[in-house]
Design a binder for this molecule. Structure first.
Ligand code: PA5
Length: 430
């Protein structure tokens, strides 16, 4: 992963950050890097996620998923950090796999019924993932999926892989039924777990190269350094932080590759859930090039000066030529490929934002493959941890998310949670 921050500098953009300010911030980056390295060395909570490239065992994951290696479809049951990393990987690489990967995260009954009604359950594997093993959406969906398999006469115990923590209801269930299972490593929060079994089980069932994912991430880990001028991940984290401090409270993540659409969703979770604390944080927005050139770009170029646009651009991609036509006005298309058109769309958008003085950053990948994807996921996680240090917030907790989880369970009658009582009180006032 390469990061170009040229269009975020004050000489180009407003709000922009001056080279002098970045140099001053670099002293804080050096301190933050030391803190991050100490956290990694001690496998501290959260920082342990940055050790996953060397800790995750691809052989163990492949052996565990071997019983479902014949699957035509993979139903991942998980939500938030227990689904988005896997979805980012399998959606980005879907063209390379014969296995259809479907994600049941939301509990919308109509959508769940459609998926279960459409998939060939006897040839479908179930990948149930919950770090805590207590998340209501995941457990409810799993019970519904199990039931659908039973009704279809398919033994779900033969088709299920479980990834969860050391203890909890899902671990108990998995032990009782003797299901193949993997552990969510200690100290790795959900949204930082894509490079553990949490994200890699789906990648393995879909036949992707786990070693390449991990070695791309390891290369990014090796590039962490005590200066933002020497480290692409820290350059991104520092620039986003500095622009937020200067009024760019929104960060639009805009990959120019359809296959990275889910990556923007993953990034939005990472950035929002990790940094949205103590009245601070930058609001992530999901965009897609070239599609959103025909919608959101109007606002980004001419609306309030409160945004950073983050492009992700692969250098190479599988291409397809545009057939020639005898319509004179369309002749220019016949000399191009769809890939060239997409690149031109990106270059035009980047130049148009720069010309309007709107800050943007370019994250460059060589192509969308396992190696580059591993680097991108790791690099953005490291950028986020660095930004957490600069904001002086803990990027590894999520008290607001936990509050809502407890309240949901409380409203459904599990235990007595004061969070549920406050929801009930509010309802009664209406
Ligand atoms: O990043 C996080 O911590 C959350 O998004 C969790 O991943 C999400 O709430 C699911 O939690 P669990 O894996 O415990 O089911």
């Amino acid at each position: 992963m390469n990061v170009d921050i040229g269009n975020a500098l004050a000489s180009v953009a407003s709000p922009g950050v001056s080279r002098d300010s970045l140099e001053r911030l670099d002293e804080r980056v050096a301190d933050a890097h030391e803190r991050i390295e100490a956290g990694r060395a001690n496998d501290e909570h959260g920082y342990a996620a940055l050790n996953l490239p060397e800790r995750t065992d691809p052989d163990e994951i492949r052996e565990t998923v071997a019983p479902v290696a014949d699957a035509d479809a993979l139903l991942t049951v998980g939500i938030g950090g227990s689904a988005l990393g896997a979805a980012t990987i399998t959606n980005a690489l879907a063209a390379e796999s014969d296995v259809e990967a479907v994600y049941l995260d939301n509990v919308d009954p109509a959508w769940i019924s459609t998926q279960l009604g459409r998939l060939p359950l006897e040839r479908t594997a179930i990948n149930v993932v919950s770090r805590s093993g207590t998340t209501a959406e995941t457990l409810a969906n799993f019970l519904v999926v199990r039931d659908a398999f039973e009704r279809a006469g398919v033994d779900w115990t033969e088709r299920t892989i479980v990834t969860t923590g050391e203890s909890g209801p899902l671990r108990d269930l998995s032990d009782r039924r003797d299901l193949p299972s993997l552990r969510v490593p200690d100290g790795v929060p959900g949204r930082f777990s894509a490079l553990s079994a949490v994200g890699m089980v789906a990648a393995a069932v879909c036949g992707h190269d786990l070693e390449a994912l991990l070695s791309g991430a390891a290369a990014e880990a090796d590039s962490l350094a005590g200066s933002l001028f020497e480290c692409p991940a820290y350059a991104y984290g520092t620039t986003a932080y500095a622009l937020d401090a200067r009024g760019a409270g929104t960060n639009a993540m805009m990959p120019y590759a359809e296959s990275l659409d889910t990556y923007a969703e993953w990034f939005a979770q990472l950035w929002a859930e990790s940094l949205g604390k103590d009245g601070l944080g930058q609001t992530p927005v999901r965009a897609l090039g070239a599609t959103d050139q025909h919608s959101q770009i109007q606002l980004y170029r001419a609306g309030p000066r409160d945004k950073l646009v983050s492009f992700v651009v692969p250098d190479e991609r599988d291409d397809r030529s545009i057939p020639a036509t005898d319509v004179d006005d369309l002749a220019y298309l016949g000399e191009a490929t769809l890939g060239e058109l997409l690149s031109a769309e990106f270059e035009a958008t980047e130049a148009s934002l720069a010309a309007a003085g709107r800050p943007n950053v370019r994250i460059e990948l060589e192509r969308v493959d396992e190696y580059e994807l591993g680097g991108l996921l790791y690099g953005m996680e490291a950028a986020c941890v660095l930004a957490g240090e600069l904001y002086d917030v803990n990027p590894f907790n999520q008290p607001a998310v936990e509050w809502a989880k407890r309240a949901t369970r409380g409203l459904l009658g599990e235990g007595t949670f004061e969070e549920a009582e406050s929801v009930t009180e509010k309802t009664e006032l209406r």
